[in-house]
Design a protein around this ligand. Structure first.
Ligand code: 13P
Ligand code: SF4
Length: 302
């Protein structure tokens, strides 16, 4: 492992590359990354980095977002097949049909969508900024279509007092977390606060003390005077939470909340991606231009 890490570090310098990793990646991949974060944080890093090559350790829609924001940089996804099943629950054609039914509506898309879908949307959001994007970016809009996550959509609608036309998408990992898992964890750790990701079911969010994106959880825990937390999201985040807060206790709401796609990328894949500069994300100029509008509008609302 040491040898692989050393080779990755050498190649990174030689090729002026940066490694970005999502908070759900394998611990060893998070540890060699230059930046570990949530979808919003990684998008901002992709925009601001002076590197020529971005090795994106995450899933396809995240690497595509980096490419849309930084079209002149080479963006590599170490495992070609690392996708997001929720993002795959909506495609361009289905969205166009929905838009036809609601011609006056503006479309807000969760960042967990393909570049083709983003190209048909007015505005993009992540789990970290969705209420802010609605309040600042869509205050005059009467009809809002939100795709694809019905749970994030209904959470944001409730928070902002707005009504959305929702798509029937969901994250197959977060829906595995059930209220009874949270109740059980609360009984076992009565002092712990419950942190939940907004992709969870509404019945789980009702039991949460805080509803946060993955980066929001990391920030919240660092500032909190509390010592114990029940974490209702993909279990990969526990590595970072424990590493950054060794004196605090973290308990997964449900151990089975594992995103297989996020676990595909190994250190060997990262090395191979750097050596062979694969698998490069390529998008047409038209898609980049159209999809970048919704992302840039989101980034301006920071
Ligand atoms: P975050 O933006 O909170 O990291 O979430 C992305 C994601 O895919 C959650 O399942
Ligand atoms: Fe997609 Fe869910 Fe995996 Fe996040 S955890 S990448 S939403 S399948």
């Amino acid at each position: 492992m040491e040898k692989i890490i050393q080779k990755i570090q050498e190649l990174k310098i030689k090729k002026n590359a940066v490694i970005l990793a999502h908070n759900y990646q394998l611990p060893e991949v998070q540890d060699i990354a230059d930046f570990t974060g949530d979808s919003l944080g990684l998008s901002i890093q992709a925009k601001d980095t002076p590197a020529d090559i971005i090795v994106f350790c995450g899933v396809r829609f995240m690497a595509e977002t980096a490419k849309i924001i930084s079209p002149h940089k080479k963006v590599l996804l170490p495992r070609r097949e690392a996708g997001c099943p929720m993002a795959d629950m909506i495609d361009r054609e289905s969205l166009l049909r929905l838009k036809e039914k609601h011609p006056a509506a503006k479309v807000l898309c969760y960042v967990n969508t393909s570049a083709e879908v983003k190209a048909e949307c007015d505005l993009c959001c992540t789990s970290a900024n969705a209420p802010l994007v609605v309040e600042k970016g869509l205050q005059e809009t009467k009809e809002i279509i939100f795709v694809p996550d019905k749970y994030l959509g209904s959470y944001v609608a409730c928070k902002t007092g707005r009504k959305f036309i929702l798509w029937d998408g969901y994250c197959p990992v977060h829906v595995k977390i059930l209220p009874q898992h949270v109740e059980k964890a609360k009984k076992e750790h009565p002092q712990a606060e419950v942190l939940a990701h907004p992709e969870c079911r509404p019945e789980v969010l009702e039991l949460a003390d805080q509803v946060l994106s993955t980066e929001g959880m990391c920030r919240y825990v660092a500032r909190s005077s509390l010592k114990e937390f029940i974490v209702a999201t993909e279990v990969g985040i526990l590595h970072r939470l424990r590493k950054e807060n060794p004196q605090k206790g973290f308990y997964p709401a449900f151990e089975g909340a594992v995103c297989e796609n996020m676990k595909l990328t190994t250190l060997e894949d990262v090395l191979q991606a750097l050596e062979e500069e694969k698998h490069e994300i390529t998008l047409t100029r038209e898609i980049i231009e159209r999809a970048s509008r919704s992302i840039e509008r989101m980034l301006q609302l920071r």
